[in-house]
Unconditional design. Sequence first.
Length: 297
Amino acid sequence: MKLEYTLNDNKNGLVVTDGKDLEGELVIPSEDCLGGKIYPVIAIGEEAFCACSALTSIVIPDSVIEIGKWAFSGCSGLTSIVIPDSVIEIGKWAFSGCSGLTSIIVDKENRHYDSREGCNAIIESKTNTLVVGCPTTVIPDSVPKIGDGAFENCSASTSIVIPDSVIEIGNYAFRGCKGLTSIVIPDSVTKIGNYAFSGCKGLTSIVIPDSVTKIGNYAFSGCSGLTSIVIPNSVTEIGNWVFYGCSGLTSIVIPDSVIEIGNRAFCGCSGLTSIVISDASLLKGTVIFKGVEIVKP
């Protein structure tokens, strides 16, 4: 199968739209023919190589300025990626599920993204946000945010150290990291995004630091191995479906600082036997299994 293209909106460059059946090594040309005319290849479109698990390596030419959302999502056979200096935009989840990645390099001349300190990650230079990570990523201590979906479905990751420069863990940041068994959240973090650790089945315990004020929707949903979690007095809001499917949890203590607990927060927590909470009215709508004891501290 050959690459498929469409013209960009300005009709002056090609966007790669499909290469899903390609295998092995791929070199994207810097220019190609469409309709009998030669155009530069300037973008890799949304989902262009999505779920192309047989793809083992790819060379992106320095004519490309944009990599779309989900462009390489699910390319589990990819082991390395080099982002050329021409790229000015990388869409969310562009490399989500590339579980085989061990090397990520951004060309040193790129003014929009970097892989500083050999971190094996893609960092948005202007905001210092880590936007793409892999199992070998070392998060630099200059990063204030782990971006949305940065490590999503990075199933080979077993342990991640988050430096105390990080103040926000984005939505879906570690979702589906099934191999993750331990993670330390530093007390610099104030926000844990929606679905941040959803589906991290290998996690058995987690301590939320007392800097966090809000736990996002579905943040720990599907963490079936989780047996212990500590919620600090700083937390005021627990989102919807936060602990959905955490069947390993047997008890949980809700601090007095919490003023809102979202819908179905404990739905599917089949192992839960007790909840310690001062104001039981907050549990309305959380869907608790029959027999769970509500205890006042």
